[in-house]
Design a binder for this molecule. Structure first.
Ligand code: UDP
Length: 140
């Protein structure tokens, strides 16, 4: 598997608890390089647009409200098999089901306030990266 890029986001529950550094350490220890990073406070409209794929799901309203409730840290990660590796270090969506040592196991508060987002495939990664970053901002 060649070097790949993925999009990651540290969610408001984690920025609020000052966990950015601890989460970044887990990403870096997993072999992922943070090649772009910025802190952003999304408006509800921006959060809604980012999560538009979930607009018909029952949790959409709550998700949009949560994701615009405080700052997020948007990131681009690079490494071997980065999409799958990031999903592995994140852990399951529901922290009660997340494996030991994963970000969600150690830090998430609930299935909604689960500390991190990560792209679910290379095509989604490219779309999500371009939602937040221009090519000039990716410094590998
Ligand atoms: N979510 C939620 N309730 C649910 C399922 C998901 O609030 O029952 C939120 C949660 O923050 C999750 C996000 O919606 O991370 C996106 O859901 P997805 O199934 O894509 O999970 P992920 O890819 O983040 O693990």
């Amino acid at each position: 598997m060649a070097t790949q890029r993925t999009f990651s986001m540290i969610k408001p529950d984690a920025t609020k608890r000052n966990l950015t550094g601890k989460i970044n350490a887990k990403l870096e220890e997993a072999g992922l390089r943070i090649i772009a990073q910025k802190r952003v406070h999304l408006t509800p409209a921006q959060a809604g647009q980012f999560y538009a794929v979930h607009k018909d799901r029952p949790f959409y309203g709550e998700l949009v409200e949560f994701m615009s409730s405080g700052p997020i840290v948007a990131q681009v990660l690079e490494g071997e098999d980065a999409v799958a590796k990031n999903r592995e270090v994140m852990g399951a969506t529901n922290p009660a089901e997340a494996a030991d040592g994963t970000i969600r196991k150690d830090f998430a508060l609930s299935i909604g306030e689960n500390s991190v987002h990560g792209s679910d495939g290379p095509d989604t990664a490219a779309e999500e990266i371009s939602f937040f970053f221009s090519g000039l901002e990716l410094v590998g």
